[in-house]
Design a protein around this ligand. Structure first.
Ligand SMILES: NC(=O)c1ccc[n+]([C@@H]2O[C@H](COP(=O)([O-])OP(=O)(O)OC[C@H]3O[C@@H](n4cnc5c(N)ncnc54)[C@H](OP(=O)(O)O)[C@@H]3O)[C@@H](O)[C@H]2O)c1
Length: 251
């Protein structure tokens, strides 16, 4: 079975949210797990709890990616780290645009550049990219977030082309709304912001939980080696993409 074939995994965005829960699942599956995020304290707690190997790395820093992660031999790479922002491109700051491009897209390309050749050489590997329904549908949200997540979809398909003929699988997971810190971080990340985000985005809704997304990743990795689950879109039952805006000329 595939989890038995694999020895190591690297999960980005592992300090909280779906990344942290995924690290726990992969450890239970018997993998050596490299857990990547910026918050060293949280990673140390996760390492203590799960036996994962912590790497406090800022994914916006390409030198750090190369130095700290570039030499690892990774069988299962999960690009989960992601950042978002409020507003759209009309009121975007330079910093938020750069952060989204750097973390959501640029780091993923660099990790592919650094870790995929080893997978090809070993003829074994699985890349899981956590994108979003924001990459597939247009709805209110930050333009840069939608754009980087759409790029992740194309990147996922292209990696299949880059590695065709090798036993390397690529899965894009597109979640709808999941109960995590992401909306609270958009509002500043303070405890008050987290509470405000909870009341605005989660209170009264049946959102996905981190466990729901982790189950999808686990399913894709555990599928037989000749099976590539390319795209999994997973939304809350009550969340439906759709709608068309047609504003009046004099609106
Ligand atoms: N929650 C949702 O509703 C939802 C829906 C669709 C897709 N997604 C996607 O799912 C993924 C996980 O999101 P989440 O909801 O679990 O978010 P989250 O709770 O906000 O966690 C984000 C993770 O990314 C890490 N991260 C952020 N910037 C980083 C950087 N510069 N370098 C290294 N790590 C960084 C954070 O760790 P540090 O702060 O410690 O660095 C944290 O571990 C993201 O790609 C997100 O876009 C989320």
């Amino acid at each position: 079975m595939p989890f038995d074939d694999y020895r190591t995994a690297l999960v980005t965005g592992a300090s909280t949210g779906m990344g942290a829960v995924l690290v726990e699942r992969f450890r239970l599956r018997g993998l050596e797990v490299h857990a990547v995020a910026r918050d060293g304290t949280r990673l140390a707690e996760l390492a203590e709890k799960t036996g994962a190997i912590p790497h406090a790395v800022d994914l916006a820093d390409t030198d750090s990616i190369e130095e700290r992660l570039g030499g690892l031999e990774i069988d299962v790479l999960v690009n989960n780290a992601g950042v978002s922002a409020t507003g759209n491109v009309l009121d975007a700051s330079r910093g938020t645009v750069d952060a989204m491009v750097d973390v959501n897209l640029r780091a993923v390309l660099h990790l592919a550049r650094l870790l995929l050749p080893g997978m090809v050489e070993r003829d074994l590997g699985h890349v899981v990219n956590i994108s979003s329904i924001a990459g597939r549908y247009n709805f209110f949200g930050h333009t840069a977030y939608h754009a980087t997540k759409a790029a992740l979809a194309q990147l996922s398909r292209q990696l299949r082309n880059d590695t065709v003929g090798k036993r390397i699988r690529v899965t894009e997971i597109c979640p709808g709304r999941v109960e995590t810190e992401i909306f609270g971080r958009n509002l500043g990340g303070s405890p008050e912001a987290m509470q405000q985000a909870w009341e605005t985005y989660y209170e009264g809704y049946e959102s996905l939980t981190t466990a729901d997304v982790v189950a999808a990743v686990d399913f894709a990795v555990e599928a037989p080696r000749h099976v590539n689950l390319g795209l999994i879109e997973i939304t809350p039952t009550f969340q439906v993409p759709g709608g068309l805006t047609f504003d009046r000329r004099d609106a």
